[in-house]
Write a protein that binds this ligand. Structure first.
Ligand SMILES: Cc1ncc(C[n+]2csc(CCOP(=O)(O)OP(=O)(O)O)c2C)c(N)n1
Ligand code: SF4
Ligand SMILES: [Mg+2]
Length: 284
């Protein structure tokens, strides 16, 4: 497969939007993994980032704002053979959808969740988001919110995340590698991606990110299988680290660890027949 096999609609993002780089990385990762288009479901929420479900040639579900993870969870439960990739914004995932994010990390279903973190509400024209810097001025908060932003990586580690990574949209090569690892990981893979909004965020620009980013792969002795090292780096807010923070090789995904799941997980593959549900049979 080639990246162009996953091209569908022409994105309508502003010229220079960071989301273009993420789209390239997603399409490259699908191609490198040789995934069939009909075996992929891209689930998105509402936001500029929500365009992904219609821009990628695969099945797609453009859900409602903040609820892409419940939809992705349902899709995976219905047919566990599908590659389910959720793609949404920082507002979608860390504001209205925050509760789903925490429980998805805890539940550890085999889903890849990519957050396009531009530190602003892009689609609705530049309001403060949960990841906006506290002095980031917007119309609703002219001198900034004065509130410490959400730190997605430390939050994910604290919530028991088993695959936690961060990328930068203009480093398509590194991001492609992270997305491939995330899709191949049997569990919930969370990837926060710095994806500059060139129209409404004039603080966290490409150059600003470049000046603050440090690649974890450049740190001697960094071990992504060490939870302690991952937490230490996640808590360090003086740098923005990209790469794989943490991967738990031993934690089982929900699909394989729960005794209850096999009864419901392949709804899509069960023969169609009218029957009364016998719960003793279902859970035996
Ligand atoms: C339930 C609900 N609340 C609010 C909105 C309005 N709304 C649409 S997109 C959005 C925020 C978009 O920001 P983000 O999730 O960061 O995505 P971006 O556009 O930056 O990619 C909001 C508040 C909505 N569509 N639905
Ligand atoms: S408003 Fe921002 S996030 Fe939305 S398309 Fe334009 S640059 Fe991208
Ligand atoms: Mg945003």
């Amino acid at each position: 497969m080639k990246p162009s096999d996953y091209v569908k609609d022409k994105p309508v993002w502003c010229p220079g939007c960071g989301d273009f780089g993420v789209l390239r990385a997603v399409q490259q990762a699908f191609a490198d993994l040789n995934l069939k288009q009909e075996d992929i479901v891209v689930v998105s929420g509402i936001g500029c980032s929500g365009k992904f479900s219609s821009d990628v040639m695969s099945y797609g579900f453009h859900g409602i704002h903040g609820r892409l993870l419940p939809v992705a969870t349902g899709v995976k439960l219905a047919n566990s053979d599908l590659t389910v990739v959720g793609i949404g914004g920082d507002g979608d995932g860390y504001s209205i959808g925050m509760n789903h994010f925490i429980h998805a990390l805890r539940r550890n279903m085999n889903i890849t969740y990519i957050v396009l973190d531009n530190r602003v509400y892009g689609l609705t024209k530049g309001q403060t988001s949960p990841t906006s810097d506290m002095d980031f001025p917007t119309k609703m908060a002219p001198v900034g919110s004065g509130i410490e932003p959400v730190h997605p990586i430390s939050l994910a580690m604290a919530a028991g995340g088993s695959f936690v990574a961060q990328g930068f949209s203009s480093d398509v090569k590194e991001l492609t590698g992270i997305i491939k690892e995330g899709i191949q990981y049997d569990g919930f893979s969370f990837i926060n991606v710095f994806s500059p909004c060139v129209t409404f965020n004039h603080k966290n620009t490409y150059d600003w990110f470049r000046a603050h980013i440090v690649k974890l792969s450049s740190i001697e002795g960094y071990d992504p299988f060490s939870r302690a090292m991952a937490i230490e780096k996640a808590m360090d807010q003086t740098h923005l680290y990209t790469g794989l923070f943490y991967m738990d090789k031993n934690k089982k995904s929900y699909n394989t660890s729960s005794a209850y799941v096999p009864a419901v997980r392949s709804i899509a593959k069960q023969p169609l027949k009218k029957r009364d549900i016998d719960f003793k049979e279902v859970f035996s």
